[in-house]
Design a protein around this ligand. Structure first.
Ligand code: PMP
Length: 426
């Protein structure tokens, strides 16, 4: 059965086979970072054991092999998000993480606003009167770079409000996104609410007014079949470490024509065709133009293996498996004194469930749960506005991945059921 297959998949994660405080580890913090299968761990060390060398330079054989492995990783990641379907139309840029991808964009748009990149880059330029649209559900790594960009260029920051379940009010797209809007930066899946954004009305309205759509895909790529091409977003950012790959690597997807027009954000080696003393350098084509400096090649190669590993399971199956965990996690809502901060039904959401235990501080909840070997996240999850929306400063968050079982989710629900008794709130 599929459940047996997933039990075999789980066995590929060595870290999960241990006891914490005397209990078998239940890892429900994959929205923070996912654990790594053996294939990924091995890929990184095999690279160092066999082909480590700089890429795109040097005439020696190891450099050539390293370059092939590096570019193969790019192709694998492109396949995972269906970026390669229209050959040459889109591109994957390697970055240091989703935060770096988003900062790259905000910096490049800022550079374009100062006239860098010439006429081609003018479409990214912002000035007073222009608008940037985000949402109250954004992770700080979307909110802050674009808020800073607005401050630097004199543009105005606007945002989508959320409904009572924390869903982005896509139905208000026509009024939130005005004729003055130049950029819409929005999350695909809320890292606190687990809600999947209804993107279509946002993307179509943004394009109607000529705005660029930047998607934060951190919490969607690990959990569902993604086709950026079909979603028609212009750029997308996400991290390797949340999709079973190493830390220190992120991705920026972009439509090829846009990347070609986008000025670089960071400067250095491996990104220029020609450099001079007395006039500006001539930059390489994307993706190299955005990959200044020595790349974390071993980690990128292993990230490619992670993408392959996910496709090997099949993202539709991953989605179905994780839906069984969503069902169990949502039973948290039936525990007395527990409020779910996000959609209470399993539709259009992932198995990331934030909750509040009335009368008990999230840190106390986290510690009580940890004592039973269960790892969840507590705090504001780098998303303070969405917490403010729910009238709290912090929350508890359980988040799953392919290696979790419905039984583990049941263990969490049972443990949470004991919290208020333990702290004598009842
Ligand atoms: N956006 C979302 C929705 C996230 O969950 C995260 C990671 N917490 C980020 C952006 C930032 O990713 P990273 O820290 O890997 O750069």
């Amino acid at each position: 059965t599929d459940m047996e297959d997933f039990s075999a998949i789980r066995q590929q994660f060595p870290i999960l086979d241990q006891r914490i405080h005397g209990h078998p580890l239940v890892y429900l913090d994959s929205a923070a970072t996912a654990q790594k299968p053996e294939a990924v761990i091995d890929a990184e060390s095999d690279f160092y054991r066999t082909i480590n060398a700089g890429v795109h330079r040097g005439a020696h054989e190891l450099a050539a092999r390293s370059t092939v492995a590096f570019e193969e990783a790019r192709a694998k990641v492109a396949r995972l998000v269906h970026a390669s379907e229209a050959e040459g139309e889109e591109e994957i840029v390697f970055t240091a993480g989703a935060t770096a991808s988003l900062n790259l964009l905000a910096t490049s748009f800022g550079n374009a606003s100062m006239g860098r990149g010439g006429a081609a880059a003018r479409r990214f330029a912002l000035q007073p009167g222009d608008e940037i649209v985000v949402s109250k559900a954004e992770h700080h790594s979307v909110l802050l770079p674009f808020q800073e960009l607005a401050a630097r260029t004199g543009a105005t920051l606007r945002w989508f409000d959320l409904d009572d379940e924390g869903r982005i009010r896509s139905d208000t797209a026509d009024t939130v996104i005005t004729e003055h809007c130049k950029i819409v930066a929005i999350t695909h899946v809320g890292n606190t609410t687990g809600a999947i954004t209804d993107l279509a009305p946002i993307v179509s309205r943004a394009h109607e007014v000529g705005a660029i759509v930047v998607l934060d895909a951190c919490q969607s790529v690990p959990h569902m079949r993604i086709d950026f091409h079909a979603l028609d977003v212009d750029f997308a950012a996400w991290s390797s470490h949340k999709m079973y790959g190493p830390t220190g690597v992120g991705f920026l997807y972009g439509k090829r024509a846009l990347l070609e027009a986008l000025p670089p954000a960071s400067f250095g080696g491996s990104m220029v065709e020609l450099a001079f003393m007395d006039k500006p350098a001539q930059y390489m084509e994307p993706p190299a133009r955005f990959e200044a400096g020595t790349q974390p090649v071993a980690q990128i190669v292993a990230a490619g293996v992670a993408a392959d590993w996910m496709m090997g399971i099949g993202m539709d199956r991953v989605e179905r498996h994780e839906a069984t965990i969503t069902e169990e996690l949502l039973k948290l809502g039936e525990v007395e004194g527990v409020r779910i901060l996000g959609p209470r039904s399993a539709e259009r959401r992932i198995a990331t469930v934030a909750f509040e235990v009335e009368g008990v501080h999230p840190h106390d909840v986290g510690q009580f749960i940890d004592a039973q070997g269960i790892a969840i996240r507590v705090g504001h999850h780098c998303a303070q506005p969405v917490h403010r929306h729910f009238g709290v400063f912090a929350s508890n968050r359980a988040s799953s991945a392919v290696y979790n079982t419905p039984e583990e989710a049941r263990r969490l629900v049972e443990a949470v059921g004991g919290v208020r008794d333990f702290f004598r709130v009842k």
